[in-house]
Design a protein around this ligand. Structure first.
Ligand code: ATP
Length: 864
């Protein structure tokens, strides 16, 4: 029966959730105060105190207000990054199969309570400590607990010695250990911190956040820029002093410039953009487990993909039966009375089977492997009842299916006779049969008969059918349960052909991949012909494409594989270990490889691949643990969507970096050049701080959430080694920073020459603020004009620019703010100059984009 829902909620109250104590997440207040640990902020606060003592009370207050606002923005950004990462972590909590209210259900493993009955299958992590009550060939690795990496056999026999060491308690299972083989059921005895692993403090996997390569590189860049900015600040201060400037003003200017010029908001913006991107991926059915994968995704140049369920629907229907050397339609079976072999095929299919179809008032529920569900479906359509037949032929032993052997065997007892029923890949089974059950007679299998059957397999697999063979053996005593003992000398009964249609969206996704310079490779355990037939339907197999089997792959040396891999579109009948070799071969060619996997044995390949993609529905816990990304819908198209997002996220981070750095360069240049030329200081410290506050954070963040451009999947994949400043971006940043600085200085000089220093400063402050706001539009595309069709596709950006504009206007127009900010009211002529200056960056950058466009066209034409 299992526990009832009531029991479960009572026990949760008593024992708590089945999880480890994770430590506290920092509160908003502690994050806020952490912002003040920054050295520059402390210097700025000291500067505020100094100006207060020197009598500049309003300056001091304003600096403090700006510092607090800055800290608040920083805190909000960090909190957002943190909560979204925490939400993602919750999504990756593994699930457990448990018996509750008399039904087998799937629950989050942290909802388990002592007393629950939990089911284990190969590939599962044991979700809690417990005592086994049933098992079949169960082997478990308890390395996380005992350090022993060899799987141990488990059984249900009672152990009486209370001093038995943990590693020898063969009837118990322990949380976080891994089921390598077989299946079992246990009653939960301890959960969460009461489990054996919970007791071992410090051994629990930490939840430390990993930085992505880009974050690391940006950190380094930040440090370099910081040294540059500090050098510029010291120079501004020293030259100003030599020129006889006001030491306090110069000191404040230098400190404000340092604060403004150092892109201290960059790491937080990048984290937020990554976190938002990761959440967007969740909504597209891709769960990122390791943050660096977001970046690697954008570089993916090869996707190696399983066929069944990922490229196809995994909705199997048996359409053909091969018995008595005849291929017939499964639907015809209903019309006629089945004879010996046909009956055996249906019964073996039904009994050598772990799936079930449950019909209740909630509808029909299919549980288990779709290949096996199809067999039950066929049997039920022929009026068989699975449980009634299972009662007559009870299962007394089993060898579960694994993709290495590609077979499954069960043992059944009828009186004093034992039968083993085996089903599996037909080409592999044919090597293990000795007799052939044909026309109600058992005859020896010979080469000619086997050739005839192989022809039939080929006919069906060429039409994309998945062919499964069925065989049996008879014993007078209970045989030993091992593959060596059971899976040979079989009596071959026949085969079925089931159809598994390709997923509709995959063909389009493969087309997108081709345009995006990404190669798609099918890696499957299925028959070569079936695989090629499906690959052709999906346009994945082209004229010069090749298909190899796992055996052919084993016969190839590394050099041959290296030479041929470019053209191999299909690897069929592969075992999981071949996958590692395939990933290796592509990586050696310099490619970034995404690889799918679901089974226990797929973990090494998932780890080896640059982006391991585990299946959310059919995948084992082990494969999920090894993967960077989990496809919650098991769909190939999701990988392609994720690659697109990955590219988009990187492009957006680039835009934010581009914007921030070009603005920072402009600020440094303005003060540096003015100091060198010997002009009266064009910007006051609070001007610099204010511009830094309103233009740095909001527009940069809004640029980070731009919609992906349509062209993003028309470009070749980016090399992971490529610098963020590649393709002329570094040059553009410096050039555009210079343009912003030149315009601002020109406006300042116009004001200074025609009016006075107050007006000039006001105009300089106004134009720098507004030109940075308009410049945000420039960086949306490196190549395309801002007036392209995408001008209004990012409402956040317009919102951010609107807010920045209103704030800047408020400072310039509201008399109360004017006096605090030391600005004066401008007349129409002065506003006109400010307006021209503010749109100038757009004009200049548009012109450079146009020149770039014409040059590219010219080069393409001359190349032709
Ligand atoms: P993919 O690797 O693309 O997911 P696959 O399902 O064919 O494809 P495997 O699960 O390794 O790969 O199966 C290999 C072969 O084993 C199948 O082609 C089929 O012939 C056979 N097979 C699959 N499932 C079962 C099963 N439950 N029982 C017996 N044989 C099976």
């Amino acid at each position: 029966m299992g526990l009832s829902s009531e029991d479960v909620s009572k026990r949760i109250q008593v024992y708590g959730k089945n999880r480890m104590d994770q430590g506290k997440t920092p509160s908003f207040a502690s994050l806020f105060f952490a912002q003040f640990k920054d050295f520059l902020i402390l210097v700025l606060l000291a500067a505020a105190v100094i100006s207060g003592i020197a009598g500049e009370i309003s300056d001091a207050m304003l600096i403090i207000v700006i510092v607090i606002m800055n800290a608040l923005i920083g805190t909000v950004q960090e909190k957002k990054a943190q909560t979204s990462m925490a939400a993602l972590k919750r999504l990756t909590i593994p699930e457990a199969k448990v018996l509750r209210n008399g039904k087998r259900v799937i629950v989050k493993s942290d909802d388990l309570v002592p007393g629950d009955i939990v089911y284990l299958d190969a590939g599962d992590f044991v979700p809690a400590d417990g005592r086994l009550i049933e098992e079949a060939s169960l082997k478990i690795t308890e390395a996380s607990l005992t350090g022993e990496s060899v799987p141990v056999d488990k059984d249900t026999t009672a152990i009486t010695d209370p001093l038995t060491a943990l590693g020898d308690r063969s009837n118990s299972v322990y949380m976080t250990s891994l089921v390598n083989y077989g299946r079992g059921q246990f009653i939960v005895t301890a959960t969460g911190m009461n489990s054996e692993i919970g007791k071992i403090a410090g051994m629990i996997q930490g939840t430390h956040s990993i930085q992505t390569p880009l974050q690391k590189r940006l950190d380094e860049l930040g440090r370099i820029l910081a040294s540059g900015a500090i050098f510029a600040c010291v120079a501004v201060f020293a030259i100003g002093l030599i020129r006889g400037g006001d030491p306090l003003l110069l000191f404040l200017t230098a400190v404000s410039l340092a604060v403004a010029a150092i892109p201290e908001g960059l790491p937080a913006i990048v984290t937020v953009v990554l976190a938002i991107g990761v959440q967007k991926l969740v909504s597209k059915n891709a769960l990122i487990r390791k943050l660096p994968a977001v970046e690697t995704l954008g570089c993916a140049s090869v996707i190696c993909c399983d066929k069944t369920g990922t490229l196809t629907q995994n909705r199997m229907t048996i359409e053909k039966i091969i018995a008595n050397d005849q291929i017939q339609n499964a639907s015809d079976l209903k019309a006629k009375i089945m004879n010996g072999p046909e009956k055996m095929i249906v019964e073996i299919g039904m009994l050598c089977n772990d799936a079930s179809i449950i019909t209740s008032k909630d509808g029909v529920q299919q549980i288990g492997d779709p290949t096996e569900v199809a067999m039950i479906d066929l049997a039920e359509s022929l009026d068989y009842n699975q449980s009634a037949v299972a009662m007559k032929l009870p299962r007394v032993g089993e060898l579960p299916f694994d993709s290495q052997r590609k077979m499954m065997t069960t043992i059944h007892r009828v009186g004093d006779t034992w039968y083993s029923f085996t089903k599996g890949a037909p080409d592999i089974m044919l090597e293990r049969v000795r007799y052939y059950f044909r026309d109600n007679q058992i005859i020896p299998m010979n080469d000619e008969l086997a050739r005839g059957l192989t022809d039939k397999i080929n006919i069906l697999s060429d039409q994309a059918y998945r062919v499964i063979a069925y065989a049996y053996r008879q014993y007078d005593t209970m045989p030993e349960v091992s593959a060596e003992n059971l899976e040979h000398d079989l009596i071959f009964c026949g085969m079925t052909g089931m159809i598994d249609p390709p997923r509709e969206e995959v063909k389009e996704a493969i087309k997108i991949c081709k345009r995006a310079g990404i190669k798609t490779v099918m890696i499957t355990g299925d028959h070569k012909n079936t695989a090629v037939a499906i690959a052709k339907q999906l346009d994945l197999f082209e004229k010069d494409s090749l298909a190899y089997t796992g055996t052919e792959l084993s016969e190839m040396n590394d050099k041959e594989l290296h030479d041929r891999i470019k053209n191999i579109a299909v690897f069929a009948r592969v075992a999981p270990e071949h996958k590692v070799r395939i990933v290796n071969a592509w990586q050696r060619k310099g490619h970034v490889v995404a690889m799918t996997g679901d089974g226990v044995n797929d973990a090494p390949a998932l780890k080896k691949a640059d982006i391991g993609c585990a299946m959310g529905i059919t995948g084992t816990d082990v494969s999920k643990e090894a993967a960077e990304m989990i496809l919650t819908d098991d769909n190939f198209a999701t990988i392609v969507a994720a690659v697109r997002e990955g590219r988009g996220i990187y492009a957006n981070i680039k835009k934010a970096v581009h914007f921030l750095l070009s603005c920072n360069i402009a600020e440094i240049l303005i003060l540096f050049m003015a100091t060198i030329i010997g002009w009266v200081q064009p910007l006051l410290p609070i001007h610099i701080l204010w511009i830094n506050l309103i233009t740095d954070s909001l527009p940069a963040l809004a640029l980070g959430v731009e919609k992906n451009s349509a062209e993003i999947m028309n470009e070749k994949p980016r090399s992971p080694k490529e610098s963020i400043f590649a393709h002329g971006m570094g040059g553009r940043i410096v050039f555009q920073g210079m343009v912003l600085a030149a315009i601002t200085l020109m406006v300042y000089q116009t004001g200074f020459a025609n009016y006075n220093v107050e007006v000039a400063r006001t105009m300089c402050f106004a134009v720098l603020g507004f030109s940075q706001i308009t410049h945000a539009l420039n960086v949306r595309s490196q190549k395309n004009s801002i007036f392209s069709s995408r001008l209004f596709t990012n409402p956040y950006l317009w919102g951010a620019l609107g807010i920045s504009c209103v704030l800047q206007l408020a400072v310039l127009l509201v008399p109360a703010f004017q006096s605090v900010f030391n600005v004066v009211a401008m007349n129409t002529a002065q506003w006109f100059v400010v307006f021209i200056g503010s749109v100038c960056p757009i004009l200049v950058v548009e012109l450079t984009k146009l020149i770039g466009h014409v040059m590219r066209k010219y080069f393409i034409q001359t190349k032709k």
